[in-house]
Design a protein. Structure first.
Length: 86
């Protein structure tokens, strides 16, 4: 882990931040030889709408079968055909 004095960090702050982002190596900033701040890169979050919930749900049981049995569905019942009287 890299260490640098506060005065050096102040003079080259943006350059140091770009290096931290590129390499991922944190930097400790010191004042009078004592560590004061640790500058670390942040983890980029995925802003994509596809797959953002990946791994956050668990599928339990059968997800293809209907909840209500098919025999209870009105649409599958055979209609009664009535013939008009002559």
């Amino acid at each position: 882990m890299k260490q640098m004095r506060a005065s050096a960090f102040k003079a080259r702050c943006l350059k140091v931040m770009n290096e931290i982002q590129a390499t991922g190596e944190p930097v400790i900033v010191t004042k009078r030889g004592k560590p004061v701040v640790k500058v670390v890169p942040i983890k980029q979050e995925n802003d994509d709408i596809f797959g953002f919930m990946a791994g956050k749900a668990k599928i339990v049981g059968d997800i293809e079968s209907p909840v209500v049995p098919l025999k209870d569905w009105k649409i599958f019942r055979t209609p009664k055909i009535t013939r008009p009287r002559k």
